[in-house]
Design a protein around this ligand. Structure first.
Ligand SMILES: [Zn+2]
Length: 243
């Protein structure tokens, strides 16, 4: 599945799920009394920030692919990170394309958000960068200019979030939802994913109906439909009185 399809699916998943989770009475009690995860998720700025972070998290599993365009998001920094992901996960579409990864990444980022502000900010910046790169904002390619422009755009977005008073108690949740959206998306492709990794079995659609990455269906139908869904969900969440 292509990068922008993943990113759009992550944003859509966040806009669909997050407001409902925030309304749950037990939202503050998940993970054994840790700081409330989604306490402020309903503020418009955090809904938007969450959608962008979740879109970036929906690219995270593909950091296991050092030759993919997102590995160049911040130039050598993300390329080296991608090399490490590739080595640690056993290659492309292995450990990072699983339920276990989504849960571990979510819990890990939740811990960072709760206790380590610098680590939290690094994760947020990485997610913004991946999201912008995936939807084609910034300069693609391998040059140092492209990395610098992407860093500048990401920094601007991060500062904008900060100026709007965005808190990140929901960071782990957004990373988990984004990673799950990625795994779900890749399960709809012809190659499938090892959802229950470390079990090796790949989950694929039956009768070879899986989507072929980058072909007409994804580009001409799925991408535009997802774009409309994301815009409609933003409208519905940010202007509820108009629906
Ligand atoms: Zn993937």
């Amino acid at each position: 599945m292509m990068g922008h399809t993943h990113a759009l699916s992550g944003a859509a998943a966040w806009l669909l799920v997050a407001p409902g989770l925030a309304a749950l009475p037990m939202a503050g009690g998940i993970a054994g009394g840790l700081t409330p995860i989604v306490a402020n998720v309903l503020s418009p700025a955090e809904l938007i920030a969450g959608a962008i972070v979740c879109a970036g998290a929906a690219m995270l599993p593909d950091l296991d692919h050092p030759h993919a365009t997102i590995a160049q998001t911040f130039g050598p920094a993300t390329w080296m990170l991608s090399k490490a992901f590739n080595w640690a996960s056993g290659g492309h579409r292995h450990a990072t394309h699983s339920l276990l990864f989504a849960i571990a990444a979510g819990l890990g980022c939740h811990m960072l958000a709760d206790h380590y502000p610098i680590g939290r900010d690094i994760v947020v910046i990485l997610m913004i960068g991946l999201a912008l790169r995936a939807v084609g904002i910034g300069i693609p390619g391998k040059t140092i200019t492209s990395a610098l422009v992407n860093i500048g755009l990401t920094a601007g977005t991060f500062v904008a979030f900060h100026s709007q008073g965005v808190g990140y108690l929901w960071l782990g949740l957004a990373v988990a939802i984004g990673s799950l959206a990625h795994v779900t998306g890749d399960c709809l492709t012809e190659r499938g994913c090892p959802v229950l990794w470390p079990l090796k079995h790949r989950w694929v659609l039956p009768y070879r109906i899986g989507i072929k990455t980058g072909r007409a269906f994804e580009i001409k139908i799925l991408g535009p439909v997802l774009s409309i869904v994301v815009i409609a969900l933003f409208a519905a969440r940010l202007m509820p009185e108009s629906i």
